[in-house]
Design a protein around this ligand. Structure first.
Ligand code: ZN
Length: 393
């Protein structure tokens, strides 16, 4: 790939550190972040926990024990099956054994329950409680890779995906700092719906790449962008985002063709298309022949240009809710046929392209070098301290 010396790297597999979290970085993830939760029930599913509040250990919990948390005023009312512990601002269920797992179900609003590894930290607010999963980084990543990709891809794909998710997580440790945690569990950060179902392909990928991230040539963590399918060509970052990055260039990507989200189709009315262009400053629309008021992209374009006016392809995508900004248009009576390629913003790694590369026998480092231009694959503990946000919770 691009003249790279193909070199297998042999990574020590610290299975024990995955299982115990010993020496590993803990993440603080805001959970159920799409909801304003005011009441929850927590079940200890395995391991032993300490209930900590007001700087004291209030109780010990084991398998099957239940804890009720309710917001009352600006405090948390804390109860178990037969004790009333009182009111607190902050409460923790702190795991004391390596196999700690809890299940939580918000009662107000009523939501589905989820399982999480390690600890639960709860802060009282004036309108809702902030629920935080303090979790070993690799356990968190297993949950993220599962939520972001599904279960049936190849191991080398999962390794590439794990490295991107780890890079994203470490680069964005301060994203929600003012709310008391690092990352949320929604698509705003990375989807995380609790502990992984222990899919062996995902767990092995995390273990065999533990600590690995992508850095640029200044030893800074990269913007680890990925999307579903590039449609055959990835998008240069500066064409969508304000800032450019040397490592996020456009790549011709044959691996994404013939994959599930390689193509899409839509139909819109020609009258509405014309009105839309006029409304968005394309003044020449009424002067030029109808035949040329159509988008054509053999390769990805940044702008749709008519005469002296232009409109960003990404804006058209957003306004018409198209799956991607990579599409062509064809006249069809009073309508416009839209034939699109790819799914998502198109920047960085195409997940379906990477899955195809893995199926074709490429290793994870080949996949990453294909989608990211001149990046360093390295352990985050070898990066300068300044490249990872310093956060304290
Ligand atoms: Zn977020």
């Amino acid at each position: 790939m691009r003249g790279m010396v193909m070199r297998r790297i042999f990574l020590p597999v610290f299975l024990a550190s995955i299982l115990t979290g010993a020496g590993a970085q803990n993440m603080h993830i805001g959970i159920y972040q799409d909801h304003l939760v005011t009441s929850s029930v927590v079940y200890c599913s395995s391991g032993n926990y300490h209930l900590v509040a007001g700087g004291e250990i209030l109780a010990r919990f084991g398998d099957g024990d239940i804890l009720y948390l309710t917001l009352d005023g600006e405090k948390l009312k804390v109860l178990d099956a037969d004790r009333d512990f009182g009111f607190f601002t902050d409460v923790e269920l702190r795991g004391t054994t390596p196999d700690c797992v809890f299940r939580i179900r918000p009662l107000q609003p009523g939501l589905e329950s989820r399982m999480y590894d390690d600890d639960l930290v709860v802060h009282a607010g004036d309108r809702f409680m902030t629920l935080i999963n303090r979790v070993d980084m690799d356990k968190y990543l297993a949950g993220v890779v599962e939520a972001e990709t599904g279960l049936n891809a190849g191991k080398e794909f999962y390794k590439a995906q794990s490295i991107l998710c780890r890079t994203f997580a470490l680069k964005n440790l301060d994203r929600h700092q003012t709310e008391g945690f690092s990352l949320c569990d929604g698509v705003h950060c990375q989807a995380y719906r609790g502990r992984s179902m222990q899919h062996p392909g995902i767990l092995t990928a995390i273990m065999e790449t533990t600590g690995l991230v992508l850095a640029d040539y200044h030893y800074q963590l990269i913007t680890a962008a990925y999307h579903s399918n590039s449609g055959g060509q990835t998008q240069r970052a500066s064409e969508v985002w304000v800032s450019d990055a040397d490592y996020l260039q456009s790549v011709v990507d044959p691996y994404s063709l013939h994959q599930p989200h390689a193509k899409w189709q839509d139909t819109i009315s020609f009258r509405e298309w014309k009105e839309y262009l006029l409304k968005n400053g394309m003044r020449s629309v009424n002067r030029i022949p109808d035949e040329i008021i159509y988008v054509e992209q053999m390769r990805r374009k940044k702008y749709f240009v008519l005469d002296r006016d232009s409109l960003r392809m990404t804006k058209i995508r957003e306004d018409w809710e198209f799956p991607s900004a990579f599409f062509d248009m064809f006249p069809d009576g009073d309508s416009v046929l839209v034939w699109g390629k790819g799914y998502g913003h198109g920047i960085g790694m195409s997940q379906e392209g990477a899955m195809k590369m893995a199926a074709d026998g490429f290793m994870f480092r080949d996949i990453l070098q294909f989608y990211f231009h001149e990046v360093r694959l390295m352990d985050y503990r070898d990066l300068p301290a300044s490249s990872i946000p310093d956060v304290e919770f």
